[in-house]
Design a protein around this ligand. Sequence first.
Ligand code: GAL
Length: 773
Amino acid sequence: MDTDWKFHLGSANDPTKDFNYGIANLFAKTGKITKSAVDENFNDSDWTKIQLPHDWAVSLPITFNNNEDILAHGYRPVGGLYPENSIGWYRKSFDVNTADSGKQFSLQFDGIFRDSKVWVNGIYLGGDFSGYLGQNYRIADFLHFNKPNEIVVRVDATQFEGWFYEGAGINRHVWLEETNNLAINLDKYFTYNKTENNLSKINVEISIKNLNTTAQTGQIITELKSRDGKILTSTSNDFKVEDNNGTIVKQELSIQDAHLWDIDNPYLYRLHSYIFVNGTTIDETTTKIGIRNIEITPDKGLLLNGKSVKVKGTNDHQEHAGVGSALPDALQYYRVTLLKQMGSNALRTSHAAVAPELLEACDSLGMLVLDEQRLLNSGLEYNQQFKRLIERDRNHPSVFLWSIGNEENAIQTNSTGKRIAQTLIADQKKWDPTRTSTYAADLANVFDGVNQIIPVRGFNYRVDAVIPYHNDHPSQPTIGTEMGSTVMTRGEYKMDTAHAYVLDQDSIHPWWASTAEHWWKTVADKQWMTGGFIWTGFDYRGEPTPFEWPNVNSHFGVMDLCGFPKNIYYYYKSWWSDEPVLHIGQKWNYTGQEGKPVNVWVYSNASVVELYLNNKSLGKKSMPKNGHLEWNVPYKPGTLKAVATINGKKIEDKIVTSGPTEDLSFTLSKKILNADGQDVIAINIEAKDKNGNVVLDAKDPLKFALEGDGTLVGFGNGNPSDHAPEVGINNQGSRNLFNGYAQVIIKSGKTKENLKLKITLNNKTFVQEIEQK
Ligand code: GAL
């Protein structure tokens, strides 16, 4: 249900600009809705046509405001101080078949930011306080079968839920679900497995609901299928459900010598369950599952299929250049792939429920997930949110641990925090007995409160307290829920307070945090330490640190907002991946500074590196384990080259004094765009001089125009102080290169015809064709 929506801003302080919300008495009588946008006959012809996922905040102009929540949200004019930008109305009409009038229907919203209210044909369905979890509404009673149906959603983004950019609007998918009156209750479908002595037992708990007026009997059958669809084993149970009632059927299947799911080989089986009545399939569902054992131990950390796996993770918020929080599925896969290429094997969903497609990407690409609850709170609203999170995500093999909360400074060390944690830990065991939980505490060697009872002690920073804490509490497993937090601007090599840039080196961090090298050296060889999650994998909007305006994005990422690597990426890749790495973390354009020393950092997993300036050796240096090398090189234009030998193979990296940008090269995130109107491609642009050298400090302006059946969604460059618009209008836009790079995000159309992206640099136009099939 992502296509053909209409959108209009309302108002949080003027009901007449909010389609009479607050004046029209909408909740007094069922369906008696007049004089408001809720009315199914309301004329929305002048509303903007949009497609989901949609984030209206990313189109708002970046605006200076010293309010701490506004700046933390990236200076977007949304929230209580901007009532005119904080309410969004959505409408969509859809048809259902008259032949289906006896069926059950529901609307599934995967996530709306936030505090949404939903009506169908003027009938109020309910609301969702959470900006992250999504909600499912039964609608069969209200449907028209002879004329179009009207969905209306009012979204209120006045309040924030976090302290980082969160977007605004229906920023995830919406589905219309249609079933028979006898159906599998998908929300409650639960599967888990255990393997012992090469025999895997797969348990399935299937909840069947019967909305018929008579009792129903039949069989529930579950088949285990291989990745290519072959049935490997199956089981069948008879069931009986009374009218307007439900039942749970528990089944067990087993196979010998299964392909176990792990990070390098994330093999997914298919579990196909169906209800069979009198020779007919009444309802069915297929779930991708991974067969694997997980355990978190105090002495060996995480055991995945019995083997100790060090967690090399990142924290990430849900957003990207050019799209805001409305992340297309293809970008979820792109971002997980970039993290995997760095050698990362885990992701923490800081600090709320993520889009289901991100978990699917992690299942299928082999990325472990620490799945986090929004708030440490056992009150009704958040307790229900925790339940929905667990029931939604517990079938994903990638999820290895739950987090009950993050840095709740007001309660984490007192008895209230401890009692809330006790309730949540007990509930977690009830809703998912197969896993355990942690809590992200920004506490040093402190045991009071939540830490006393949490099964896995989480550390946000305070890395020097990890060893003393472990010595005091050796039987409690430990994990670094937030580690590092170095601030870096990609491609910048001097502190620039005017632009609010920091060095692209692993050197500056807030007082509570540490460099990458410090935390990784501290935990790398401690087998008892489960590992940790870097703050963060990618830059994100908001939390400008250490400077504020004009800086509007965080600098914490190992990659920038587009996913372009900073130098620290190569530090992690050197010590986290098995691939040979050699990288010079500098640029070589310092005209006018001849003879002055330039601080050159080199990252590699080679044991010895030799550096050359214009083919003259500057000496060999031995690489310390989990470290980096530095040279101070008097500047002279030319070529700076690093050479090393890894596994008998010589490799080199070089940076060159370049001329101005005269050429562009393009790298596409995928080869072919699916002509489904949903697929997305990232086109990465690199600046070159006339000799083909990368221009590492290029900041030239570019103009974009897309031709063909597709959408120029947005663009970015990773510059954390760039305030230019980042969404395309009428398939056109512009953006400066930032230190050599820019990115364009394009969404497919439905025509199987190639697209043409025209990029103009000065007076020269480059054309990049995109294959669309
Ligand atoms: C932590 C917090 C994160 C982020 C980070 C910045 O305290 O959990 O969300 O704010 O600090 O260093």
